[in-house]
Write a protein that binds this ligand. Structure first.
Ligand code: FPP
Length: 238
């Protein structure tokens, strides 16, 4: 394996194509989501071998509530099952799990399991897995600005002291570095409201593979090829 020159410390993934994968097999969409959930484990396990410390996956967007009730409730059940079934494996692999997104519309049982898993894995540090659940970039920035405005109103922050760093500290991702690489599977070249603020300087990879077919070796190849690229962050390299 070729070692990446500059490792992607943080990789974020839009896991797309579960529905089409299931359709191609004449199965219901939820069958694809179940297959997709299995892939998460394999990709998390591949992170240390290519120097990825942070992995963030888009599991459910603020727009996904528009799907049929059967699909939404099936996905919520899948998230609950995933947390219950995977917690021991995550502990074994030293994975620290965090959730980002608005918890307000999620059912109490799921939120309880999310809190428990965050607490259980809080001392792990091999890989930091962040699961975006009921997450939208605009929603996250809006909630951050609401909290920030409240602090200004209370006189705890001066309006003139507000800068990008201050705003970042109010985002759900405040403890995470910005993503270096964002991958979207299934051939769609959109960012769909994912980590809008945080990905300002990220590299993007839009690949055709449907998420349930995405393998650890494809993931490693993308990370390694990222490491061979030159990133300028708006500056000119001399
Ligand atoms: C997009 O595919 C995928 C989702 C909306 C759900 C993502 C969920 C998982 C991969 C499973 C669970 C994840 C965790 C972390 C437990 P799509 O349904 O939009 O596919 P399509 O574009 O082919 O219809």
């Amino acid at each position: 394996m070729v070692e990446a020159d500059i490792p992607a410390q943080h990789v974020a993934i839009i896991m797309d194509g579960n529905g089409r994968w299931a359709q191609q097999r004449g199965k219901p969409r939820l069958f694809g989501h179940h297959a997709g959930a299995k892939r998460v484990r394999e990709i998390v396990a591949a992170c240390p071998s290519v120097g990825v410390k942070y992995l963030t996956v888009f599991a459910f967007s603020t727009e996904n509530w528009k799907r049929t009730q059967t699909e939404v409730s099936g996905l919520m059940k899948l998230f609950r099952r995933y947390i219950m079934k995977e917690s021991q494996n995550l502990m074994k692999d030293g994975v620290r799990v965090r959730f980002i997104g608005d918890r307000i519309n999620l059912d109490e049982k799921l939120v309880g399991l999310m809190d428990e898993l965050e607490l259980l894995t809080a001392d792990n540090n091999v890989v930091n897995l962040t699961i975006a659940l009921n997450y939208g970039g605009r929603d996250e920035v809006t909630r951050a600005v609401q909290r920030l405005a409240h602090e200004v109103q209370k006189g705890r922050i001066n309006a003139t002291d507000v800068n990008a760093e201050v705003l970042s500290s109010f985002l759900d991702t405040h403890v995470l570095p910005d993503p270096d690489l964002v991958i979207r599977t299934s051939g769609e070249a959109r960012i769909s409201n994912f980590l809008l603020w945080q990905s300002a300087y990220a590299e993007y990879e839009f690949i055709n593979t449907l998420w349930p077919d995405f393998t650890a070796s494809e993931f490693r190849e993308l990370v390694v090829s990222f490491g061979l690229r030159e990133r300028r962050f708006g500056a000119v390299l001399v």
